[in-house]
Design a protein around this ligand. Structure first.
Ligand SMILES: [Zn+2]
Length: 356
């Protein structure tokens, strides 16, 4: 299904008065929506020609997180369509507990391929095998379990095969990199599958819940560890991307300077909300210190901060009060011949605050 997407944005600059800027989104752009699902992550990808990807689909927000994911999936993916690829970065509930609802027995969606780590979790476990009666059985060759899909594997989409999704890293068992971390929960996070979506001149890196800010280590001469150290060491050229979906919701132990400098993102998006005080100020400061301006950092928890005190270590930028969760989706438009556009789904209602 081909759509015409043309949006004219009126960007208001607080300091310099109002300026109008026309920004055209060509009808062959790839659309990524980062769903405002509260504490969790769900990204829905629409590819011109009618292909669809889902990268994580879960939320721990009891208020409306799972509802919001289902609502967005059904708005962006027509009934009776096939979801060509479902990527489950790891098996924590905040990344996959909407799946039983999306693929319920009443669902008209079919599912082509699932990419998952196969690494089981000690908590929040959703074992997708429990839902095999709800899911089209995936091709086992396309599951990262048992290393059947290795970093570097490329899936292609689009009428001209010009939409590329590259597997960057992910583990099906703990290894030397995840062993940097002492807590099992952290190791599970850092085993996340990381993928990069590319379309012509535009790219997005989905970092899952990877961790890796460990402070400066004289032996390795970097400030990164775990998955971030793996990517910094093994695929620094590959991870360079225009947009970064920040690892582990912007936690304090993610987004090391070494890792961020390799990615060199223009925009950073935090999927966070109502729990854990993400994104943290120190992760956001590191990202800002790597050259990402505050106005290019987006957060899905706009307005739903549960800690009104400023002494919580939660990043202040983009935080406001009195708004409602579930209405701050972030849209990325990947343009083949140009840099991507990133904006709130409802720009009129979200004039970004000045910093500080
Ligand atoms: Zn998470």
């Amino acid at each position: 299904m081909r759509r015409v997407w043309v949006v004219f944005l009126l960007l208001l600059f607080v300091s310099g008065g109002a300026q109008a800027q026309d920004t055209e989104i060509p009808d062959d752009s790839v659309h990524v929506r980062v769903v405002d699902c509260g504490t969790g992550l769900c990204c829905i990808v629409q590819i011109p020609g009618g292909e669809y990807l889902i990268i994580d689909a879960g939320s721990h927000s009891k208020e409306n997180g799972i509802y919001e994911i289902i609502s967005q999936v059904t708005q962006l993916i027509p009934q009776h369509e096939t979801i060509d690829l479902l990527v489950l970065s790891h098996l924590h509930g905040d990344h996959n507990n909407a799946l039983p609802y999306i693929f319920s027995k009443n669902s008209t969606y079919s599912l082509d391929t699932v990419l998952r780590t196969g690494l089981e979790s000690i908590n929040d476990l959703i074992d997708i095998d429990d839902y095999t009666d709800l899911l089209i059985e995936p091709d086992p060759g396309d599951v990262i379990r048992d290393n059947r899909v290795l970093p570097g594997h490329v899936f292609t989409f689009g009428e001209n095969n010009d939409v590329k999704l590259t597997v960057v890293c992910g583990w099906d068992k703990f290894d030397e990199f995840t062993d940097d971390l002492s807590r099992t929960n952290d190791r599970e996070n850092s085993s996340s599958i990381v993928v990069k979506l590319e379309y012509g001149d535009s790219s997005v890196l989905f970092a899952g819940d990877t961790l890796g800010y460990g402070g400066y280590d004289e032996e390795t001469e970097t400030d990164c560890e775990a998955a971030e150290e793996y990517m910094f060491t093994h695929c620094s050229a590959l991870i360079e991307s225009d947009v970064l979906i920040a690892g582990h919701h912007g936690s304090k132990s993610s987004s090391s300077e070494s890792f961020i400098r390799c990615i060199s993102p223009t925009y950073v998006i935090f999927s966070a909300g109502h729990n854990h005080r993400h994104p943290t100020q120190n992760a956001a400061d590191r990202i800002n210190g790597c050259g990402v301006p505050w106005e290019n950092m987006f957060r899905t928890d706009w307005g739903d901060c549960e800690y009104p005190s400023r002494s919580t270590n939660e990043c202040d930028y983009g935080r406001s009060y009195g708004d409602w969760p579930g209405d701050d989706h972030i849209d990325i438009w990947l343009r083949f011949d140009d840099e991507p556009i990133v904006l709130w789904d409802d720009e009129e209602n979200h004039i970004r605050p000045e910093y500080p």
